[in-house]
Design a protein around this ligand. Sequence first.
Ligand code: FES
Ligand SMILES: [Fe+2]
Length: 448
Amino acid sequence: MGDTGNYAVIDPATGKLDRRIFSDQAIYDEEMEKIFGRAWLMIGHESLVPGTDDFFHTYMGEDPVILTRDGGGRLHALLNMCRHRGNRVVRCDDGNAKRFMCTYHGWTYRNDGALEYVPGEAQAYYDALDKPSLGLIEARVETYAGIVFATWAEDAPSLEAYLGDARWYLDTVFNRRDGGMQALGPMKWLEPVNWKTLVDNCSDNYHVPTSHLSSARVQTRFLGRPPLSHEDQFASPNRHAFVNGHSLTFRDADDGVPRFVHGMSKETMQLFQEYHEATMPEVEQRLGTLRARRVQLANHSIFPNGILGLRLALPRGPLKTEFWHFVLVERDAPDELKRAIRIGSQANNGAAGMFEQDDVDNWRQVSLASTSRLGRRHPQDLSMGLGHAGPHPDYPGLVSERYISENNQRLFYRRWEEFMNAESWGQIPLDPITAHLGGTATFAGPPP
Ligand code: FES
Ligand SMILES: [Fe+2]
């Protein structure tokens, strides 16, 4: 590992990864600046603020942020910090308000961030306060298919360029229906892990047969889901692609091969299948035949901290992560289906979810290994499948030859280096957009 701004933590020739990045406070502090201070970060969903003057409290890294929809319907991401002394101007999770009054001295902001009222402006400040320069600090906001992203970096590329060809895969879950999606939740909890350990795991297809053996057996026995042994995993029709540090596992199979998603069981299988068939003409029009019928996004991560749909790994120090779990459902789906997905998603990946509990202790120990004075001298081995990824004739991005590999980890930590070593966005490389979308779905997706 080099000096600040000269990180070389992953060896591309051997896949060895320096463990110190998981517990070092100075590195963590630099991540807050160089990654969370300038990447496009997932912060919420338009359905959380559906009406004018709605707001939702969220985070960009460690920074508290208010996502608002102003009176004109425009979205804003505002730092929840009064410009006077720094008190939080919003103290609740969500609501509807035209203005936010700071409870310390009463400075009052409009929901577009402008400072509107200051007690004693004439008397105490002699009318000399420069109110227009003292609005709430505002981030850039853009949306993809209803998912709200924000960045503090004025020189960041568009969100469309940031996601790049990852969008080709993301559309297959997030941009399927004319009616768009609806976010439920979030469920929130703290995990004693470094945020990167958690993110790199969420596209780690290797751990499933071992870590989740007992959970998978329960699912097979009681829900009729397919087994997840190593043999099954290696024979899986899934593939794995990589774009701009984003990692995308996806199904590559004929439409006749059953699709398994959260909430599917012996009892609900028919409900899911009928919905799939009834909506296919619409989905095919929106996404084109290949993406509608053959491709479906599975485990994935959006650099730096968006994972498995709308789930956020919010850093809270080198060895602590606040995890937010939303369930995204198609707005026009039948209530019965939404209910099955909501329960299934929480039963797998909620705070008490079977799969989540399998994972967290592994992540904790992997993070803690970084604090061992002896252990940290020995790097992680991320050599699986080295040299076995490349372009594919049908699928955009860099595509792994095998569904199970550590291309995901190597590329994630390489992206981490690119952000940590860049002085500005101009030095951060972006893959060109080359994918043919073949459908009518737009980047912004259906109106909220
Ligand atoms: S800190 Fe907000 S008005 Fe003083
Ligand atoms: Fe897992």
